[in-house]
Design a binder for this molecule. Sequence first.
Ligand code: NAP
Length: 273
Amino acid sequence: MKLLVTGAAGMLGQDLSAALEDAGYTVVGTTREILDITNTDNVKQIISEILPNIVIHCAAYTAVDKAELEKDKAMLVNAEGTKNIAKICAEWEIPLVYISTDYVFDGTKNTPYTVTDEPNPINCYGYSKLKGEEYIQKYCSKYHIIRTSWLYGHHGKNFVETMLKLQNKNPLRVINDQIGSPTWTVDLSEAILKIIKMPYGVYHASGEGETSWYEFAREILGNRNNLQPCTTAEYQTEAIRPAYSVLQNSFPCRHWKAALKDYMALRLEEENE
Ligand SMILES: NC(=O)c1ccc[n+]([C@@H]2O[C@H](COP(=O)([O-])OP(=O)(O)OC[C@H]3O[C@@H](n4cnc5c(N)ncnc54)[C@H](OP(=O)(O)O)[C@@H]3O)[C@@H](O)[C@H]2O)c1
């Protein structure tokens, strides 16, 4: 079984490719240099040559704040790029797996978002990812759309690494009124392995439980005097973010605290090697 992964050099792409290989799949990992998803001819040529059994589409424009300043670029990659992938997968009847985001929701609920809740993105990144979902639903009949949230992992910029880098900043102010669910890319990869064997449709897969960015930071760094909670209003960013973006998982997932504990332990082990 041959699986093509887009964005294979990204944070999720790297852990996912390893997990798929461990599970016995043949993985063709593609980077922007081999397969630029915004180049229609390139997408057609590469996918038609490789003809994978499944395409797992991880490539994306993921800089949430920068997307507000580069709206066209975010739309080009996340919406038009995904349209290119969707159309060629539809042509060859290749099942398509698309990684989407909790930021398709507006955050006005106070209970976890279900797969049947209506998306209503409030920032450009969320809007562009939702357009990607819509193109897949328009062109493909064989698809899994997997929404996840607050990703961290070994191979990319993420909140855990940022907190570790800034741990001695004084004060280190972290937002306490945005609630979500941190997800380790290794756990998400395991969930993707399960979902690709399930019926086509929309799925939610993120760490179980919920927390604020501030509580997440406390779990990473422990209790320390320099770490201080602040509100969204006090911490201005380019993009507005949903106040509450917890996803109701489509099946049981590991609690975010247990995953973080393992991630931190593995990190420490690697540092000591
Ligand atoms: N990070 C999160 O918190 C989060 C939360 C929810 C959902 N997601 C979704 O999860 C997926 C993986 O996210 P991630 O955090 O692993 O992202 P990432 O580390 O930013 O990886 C994305 C990859 O996509 C590649 N890419 C960008 N534009 C491309 C293009 N035109 N053609 C081909 N490749 C291109 C990037 O390559 P370059 O490095 O060359 O730009 C990068 O390797 C994305 O779909 C994202 O929307 C992420």
